[in-house]
Write a protein that binds this ligand. Structure first.
Ligand code: FDA
Length: 310
């Protein structure tokens, strides 16, 4: 119930206007967001890199409804890719297609993605397309495959969500295509005819999808898995599969979000695994912050109790 309410508020313009004006909300959001500016994101990346952690940078933004906004977001990503190269930091990039105009026209989104992927290629970088709500799954996969089929773009990956029933088929196809996939549980409000309503089923499917994806055939075809979770049970089960089947270390990494389970990130790194931290930055933190609140009731309790203590 609470999760549904928070995810509803994440989409509501009136709630966004209200909550973004609360100073405490902004300060709490900054537990999960590296800062408002590119400079702050670079400083956070340097710190993580110095601890042996890889990074993927996300310039926050989504649900853009005007062409100018989509072009501006594209420019911001071009600037980000240049900054990564000039600063010599170890960071890839992640983005959302509705940030680049998917809600306006697919060809606009495609042309923005091409510009970003060209720049990423020229600077030796990689772009992962985040997955938004299930209303966008088909469109997101279509844009991803259109770009992948344009031979020059082998530097693009995609996110798949374990809570969707369809993900088993999507992952099978992506494994055969030798894709770069980031597997996460899924963060949106979804109806029971599209997604497992029970967490236990989502968890079981997550492990099943890791095992199904990381096969010798898929690894030989170049498939790569970002195991994106903070859940130690998911991580242990993945490691058990990796060890049992001698999955090459070049075919997977662990991924976690900035500000969440930092000690676990470091521990996995110290155990010899590649770990990438997803670092968001920018002023459009509201929906990202609300999804982080929805994931963990304790975050909401902390936020609301501090609100009333002021
Ligand atoms: P789970 O929710 O079971 O949490 C396991 C443990 O992790 C908790 O017990 C707690 O200790 C800690 N934890 C988890 N969330 C926390 C939070 N918000 N605050 C504090 N502690 C927390 N989703 C999506 O739909 N599309 C996408 O593109 C992405 N992209 C993405 C990239 C990366 C790198 C990651 C790690 C995650 C995503 N997600 C995402 C989010 C994902 O779908 C999921 O909502 C969160 O990762 C939380 O799920 P866990 O797997 O961590 O498990």
């Amino acid at each position: 119930m609470l999760r549904s309410l928070i995810l509803y508020l994440a989409q509501a313009a009136w709630a966004k206007n209200l909550i973004m004006r609360i100073g405490l909300a902004r300060r709490t959001a900054h537990r999960f967001v590296a800062g408002d500016t590119l400079e702050e994101a670079i400083a956070a990346t340097r710190q993580l890199n110095s601890n042996g952690l890889e990074v993927t940078l996300d310039h926050l933004g989504e649900s853009v409804t005007d062409e100018t906004g989509a072009l501006q977001a594209t420019q911001d990503y071009l600037e980000l890719l240049d900054a990564i190269a000039h600063n010599g930091i170890r960071a890839t990039t992640s983005l959302k297609l509705t940030q680049l105009g998917l809600d306006i026209r697919e060809d606009l989104c495609l042309s923005n993605m091409r510009a970003i992927l060209e720049k990423a290629k020229a600077t030796g970088n990689h772009v992962t397309i985040d997955m938004e709500s299930s209303d966008y799954t088909d469109a997101t996969l279509h844009v991803y495959r259109t770009l992948r089929n344009e031979n020059s773009f082998d530097n693009v990956g995609i996110v798949i969500q374990a809570y969707l029933y369809r993900s088993e088929d999507d992952m099978k196809a992506l494994a055969a295509e030798g894709a770069f996939v980031r597997l996460c549980k899924g963060a949106y409000k979804e109806p029971p005819d599209r997604a497992f309503p029970d967490k236990a089923d989502v968890d079981a499917n997550f492990v099943h999808l890791v095992e199904q994806f990381l096969t010798p055939e898929a690894c030989a075809a170049g498939a790569y898995l970002g195991i994106a979770t903070h859940d130690e049970k998911m991580i242990k089960a993945s490691i058990a599969h990796i060890k049992q089947h001698n999955v090459p270390y070049e075919n997977f990494e662990f991924q976690m979000l900035y500000g969440i389970r930092s000690r676990l990130q470091q521990q996995l790194r110290d155990d010899g695994y590649k770990v990438r931290v997803y670092v968001p930055y920018g002023t459009q933190w509201y929906p990202y912050f609300m999804r982080r609140l929805a994931e963990r009731p304790a975050n909401i309790v902390f936020f609301v109790s501090n609100l009333f203590r002021r």
